[in-house]
Design a protein. Structure first.
Length: 270
C-alpha cells in the first residue's frame, strides 16, 4: 500500500553515504504516528463532498504548511548578509555554491522557470474547489497552522545558526515530495467522482500538486542536501555534530497537528 514512508524512503536510500543519510534513515521511519495522522486527514478530505467551510479551513491552514519559497529566499538572503557585513567566511566560493543550490529550490515557485507563480496555482486550486476565494480570510486559519509556520520561520529565519535553517529546509523538501505524490491520485479521484469534474477541469485545478510531482520536489531535496554541504565547507562546519531527530520530530508533529485539527473540526450546521 502506498503511504508517505513508502514514497520518501526510496529517495533517502538513493543518497550518497553521509551523516545526513544515516540520520534521515534512522529518524524519519520512526515517525509513523505523525505520518498516519497526515494520511488519515487527506483520506478523510477526499472521501466525500465536504462542507464549504471545512474546505475553506483546510486550504487556508494547509497553505501555511506549504508556503516555503519566501522562507528559502530568506535563508539565501541571510547567507549574502554574511558577505555584506564582512563576517568571517572560510570559503566564499563554497558559500556562493550554497546560495546557488538553495536558489534552485525556488525557481519554479517564483516563475523563474515556467510562466506561472506557484502561489497563483495554489490560489486557482483552492478557489476552484471552494467556489470562491473567501478561504483566504483569516478566520479560516487554525492556530496549529500559525504555530507550524511560526516554528518554521523561527528555525529558518531567526535561529542564529543558518545550518539549522538549511536542515529544516531539507526535511521540508523530502516530506513535501512524499505528500504531493501521495495526494495527487486521491485529489483526482475525489474531484472526478464526488464533484463531477472533467479530466480537463481536474488537470487545470490540480496543477499546483502535479507540478510538484515527479522529479520536482525530489530535485529540490537534493539541492537542499547540496546547500548543506557547501555551506558547511564555506563556514568550516562539521555536519556530523548536528542531530536531525529534533527537527524531524518537531516538523512532523506540528504538521500532523495542523492536518488533524482541520479534519477533526465538528461538522457545521447551517
Amino acid at each position: 500500500m502506498t503511504n508517505l514512508s513508502s514514497i520518501i524512503l526510496p529517495v533517502l536510500e538513493g543518497m550518497e553515504e553521509s551523516h545526513l543519510k544515516d540520520q534521515l534513515l534512522k529518524f524519519l521511519p520512526n515517525q509513523l504516528e505523525a505520518f498516519s495522522k497526515i494520511e488519515k486527514s487527506f483520506n478523510q478530505l477526499t472521501s466525500k463532498v465536504q462542507e464549504k467551510e471545512r474546505l475553506q479551513r483546510f486550504f487556508h491552514s494547509w497553505s501555511q504548511t506549504n508556503n516555503s519559497a519566501m522562507t528559502v529566499a530568506g535563508i539565501s538572503n541571510r547567507m549574502t548578509m554574511l558577505v555584506h557585513k564582512k563576517q568571517p567566511v572560510a570559503d566564499e566560493k563554497a558559500l556562493l555554491q550554497a546560495i546557488t543550490s538553495l536558489n534552485r529550490i525556488v525557481d519554479e515557485d517564483l516563475a523563474v522557470v515556467g510562466r506561472i507563480l506557484h502561489s497563483q496555482m495554489f490560489y486557482t486550486m483552492a478557489t476552484t474547489i471552494c467556489t470562491d476565494d473567501d478561504w483566504l480570510l483569516r478566520r479560516y486559519l487554525n492556530q496549529s497552522a500559525c504555530d507550524f509556520k511560526a516554528w518554521k520561520d523561527q528555525n529558518s529565519l531567526r535561529n542564529k545558526d543558518i545550518m539549522i535553517a538549511l536542515l529544516t529546509t531539507l526535511i521540508h523538501e523530502i516530506y513535501t515530495h512524499g505528500e504531493v505524490e501521495f495526494i495527487l491520485p486521491k485529489f483526482k479521484s475525489w474531484l472526478i467522482n464526488d464533484y463531477n469534474f472533467s479530466e480537463e477541469e481536474c488537470e487545470k485545478t490540480l496543477a499546483w500538486i502535479s507540478v510538484h510531482c515527479g522529479p520536482t520536489e525530489k530535485n529540490h531535496f537534493f539541492f537542499a542536501v547540496s546547500a548543506v554541504f557547501y555551506y558547511a565547507k564555506a563556514m568550516n562546519i562539521d555536519v556530523e555534530t548536528y542531530d536531525l531527530e529534533p527537527i524531524i520530530k518537531d516538523y512532523l508533529e506540528k504538521k500532523s497537528a495542523v492536518m488533524e485539527d482541520i479534519m477533526e473540526m465538528e461538522e457545521l450546521s447551517f
